[in-house]
Write a protein that binds this ligand. Structure first.
Ligand SMILES: Cc1cc2nc3c(=O)[nH]c(=O)nc-3n(C[C@H](O)[C@H](O)[C@H](O)COP(=O)(O)O)c2cc1C
Length: 174
């Protein structure tokens, strides 16, 4: 599979087969996550892997749209370690890039995933930080439900030519 195929095939997956994700595949997800660009190459990411059923149930209650964690064999919490950041104001962008790498890598590994938003909602962040007793310099950014998809996903083409401006911005086009 080439990169374009993975990009077009990726969809959010919210229902999963009752099948564990192999440790080798989990490691590949983090190898590609950590290849992401980051401001000043600061690489602020850390990841918390959750397979314990009770913890997954608790994560599903992190916010009203986190219910895919209820039936996922694997949860990944994308974290920021704020220690020694060169450009602290960019950490969320750094982690978004790493998160997207995970979602795309899932496609190639026949896995599916959904990104459930945590940061910048402070109540969601604090819920996870408390659940795992994270140190104060570690922030929760995103919560991913990962597993083998219960159903095949449909591709959806989203290109809109009027969202691209050449040389000058054309106001009426949006
Ligand atoms: C920042 C962010 C937060 C999201 N939060 C949730 C969420 O809380 N629950 C959920 O089921 N999907 C969530 N999604 C997934 C979006 O709903 C999904 O990407 C969008 O509907 C497009 O569908 P697709 O991912 O299948 O292409 C989130 C996506 C992003 C990028």
């Amino acid at each position: 599979m080439n990169l374009s195929e993975a990009i077009y095939q990726r969809r959010s997956v919210r229902e999963f087969l009752p099948k564990k994700v192999e440790p080798q595949k989990i490691e590949i997800l983090f190898k590609t996550a950590m290849q992401a660009p980051s401001a000043g190459n600061q690489q602020p990411w850390e990841f918390l892997v959750v397979t314990c059923k009770e913890k997954l149930q608790a994560l599903a209650k992190a916010h009203p749209y986190a219910t895919p964690l209820e039936n996922a064999p694997l949860g990944i919490i994308v974290l920021c370690n704020e220690n020694g950041l060169r450009f602290p104001e960019y950490w969320q962008q750094d982690l978004a890039a790493a998160t997207q790498n995970i979602l795309l890598q899932c496609v190639e590994l026949d896995l599916g995933a959904v990104w459930t938003g945590i940061a910048p909602d402070t109540s969601r962040m604090e819920y996870i930080e408390k659940l795992f007793a994270l140190p104060s310099n570690v922030k929760a950014f995103a919560l991913l439900a990962v597993g083998y998809p219960l159903y095949p996903q449909k591709e959806e083409r989203r290109f809109k030519a009027n969202r691209v401006h050449y040389e000058e911005y054309k106001k009426a086009s949006f």
